[in-house]
Design a protein around this ligand. Structure first.
Ligand code: SF4
Length: 289
C-alpha cells in the first residue's frame, strides 16, 4: 500500500484495511477543518487502487473483515469506478463484512438513489457523513457547502438506499453566539434523517484554519466546557431516535455512549452531573480518556 500524506479514518475503523481511493477533499473549504488543507484533491487511478488492494492481499492475506477507503469524500468517485473498487476488494477479501467511505451532503446529493442502491448492492455498507450542524447560519458561516435541508435530504437518501449512516455533530461549532440554535436545529435534522449512529466531536480551533484566526481575533467565541455541556443538553433533549449516540473521540469532555431514546434520561443525568463539576474536572477527563 502506498499512502500519500496524512491518512484520516474514523476511530471505528481502527482495525480496518485502509486503501486510499482519493487524496484530499474535493470541498476543502470548511473553516474549522485542517485535515487536507495541504493536499491537492485527486481521485486515484483505478490501476493504482487495484495494485494496493493486491499488495494488501499479499501482505495481510485474505482474512480482512473491514475496509475503509480514505481520503475525504470518497463518495464523489464515479459510481461505476467505486463499484469496481468494491468488487476487486471483495474478490481479494471474501470475508469482508463492512466497506466504508466518508461522504458529505454536497457529494452524496450528486448520486442518484439508484446509484446509491447499486453501491449498496456491490457491498458499500456504511457512509460517515459530517453534518457538523443542522443550523443554516452555522453551516453558511463555516462554509460547509450544504444547507440543513440538503443535509437532511442527503442523509435520508443514504438510508433509503439501505446503507448504514454515521452522522457527526460538532459540539461548539455555533460558538457561544449560536450555541442553542446549533444544538436544537441539529437535533431536528438528525431526527429527520434517522441515522444509525450519531458521533459527537468537540471543536478545538486548529492552527492554520480560518476558524483559528476568527478565534484569535475574537470573532468566534469557543464555548467553555460548562457551556459545551449546556449545548450537549439541548442536543440530547431534542434527539428522538432510534439510533446510537457515541462519543468515540478523545476530544470529548464527556463519554456518552448508548441508545436513544432508551438512554436519554441517563444521558441527561450525566450531563447535569458534569455541569456541577468545576473546570479542572474537564481537564482531568480529557487526560484519562
Ligand atoms: S468536507 Fe470534510 S474533509 Fe472536506 S473540508 Fe469539510 S470537514 Fe474537511
Amino acid at each position: 500500500m502506498r499512502y500519500q500524506g496524512p491518512v484520516y479514518r474514523p476511530p471505528s475503523e481502527a482495525g480496518s484495511l485502509l486503501i486510499q481511493a482519493t487524496l484530499g477533499c474535493p470541498h476543502n473549504k470548511c473553516r474549522f477543518c485542517s485535515m487536507y488543507k495541504n493536499k491537492r484533491f485527486k481521485i486515484r487511478l483505478l490501476r493504482d487502487i487495484f495494485e494496493d488492494l493486491d499488495r494488501a492481499l499479499e501482505f495481510y492475506g485474505s482474512n480482512i473483515h473491514t475496509l475503509f477507503l480514505p481520503d475525504g469524500n470518497t463518495i464523489v468517485v464515479k459510481t461505476s469506478s467505486l463499484i469496481k473498487i468494491i468488487e476487486r476488494a471483495r474478490r481479494n477479501f471474501p470475508e469482508l463484512e463492512r466497506i466504508t467511505v466518508y461522504g458529505s451532503a454536497r457529494f452524496l446529493l450528486l448520486k442518484k438513489i439508484e446509484e446509491l442502491k447499486a453501491l449498496r448492492e456491490a457491498g458499500l455498507s456504511r457512509v460517515h457523513m459530517g453534518l457538523e450542524s443542522g443550523d443554516d447560519e452555522v453551516l453558511k458561516e463555516m462554509e460547509k457547502g450544504a444547507t440543513a435541508a440538503e443535509c437532511a435530504e442527503a442523509g435520508r437518501k443514504v438510508k433509503e438506499a439501505g446503507i448504514e449512516l454515521s452522522v457527526y455533530y460538532l459540539l461548539g461549532l455555533g460558538g457561544l453566539a449560536r450555541l442553542e440554535e446549533h444544538a436544537r436545529k441539529s437535533a431536528e435534522v438528525i431526527n429527520a434523517i434517522g441515522p444509525d449512529f450519531i458521533r459527537i466531536r468537540t471543536l478545538s480551533p486548529l492552527e492554520g484554519t480560518p476558524l483559528y484566526s476568527d478565534y484569535l481575533s475574537g470573532h468566534f467565541t469557543l464555548p467553555s466546557p460548562h457551556e459545551a455541556m449546556r449545548e450537549l443538553k439541548y442536543l440530547v433533549e431534542g434527539l428522538e431516535g432510534p439510533f446510537m449516540l457515541l462519543s468515540d473521540h478523545i476530544n470529548n469532555y464527556l463519554n456518552l455512549t448508548g441508545k436513544l431514546p432508551d438512554d436519554k434520561k441517563d444521558f441527561l443525568a450525566e450531563i447535569e452531573a458534569a455541569r456541577e463539576c468545576d473546570d479542572s474536572w474537564f481537564v482531568r477527563r480529557l487526560m484519562v480518556l
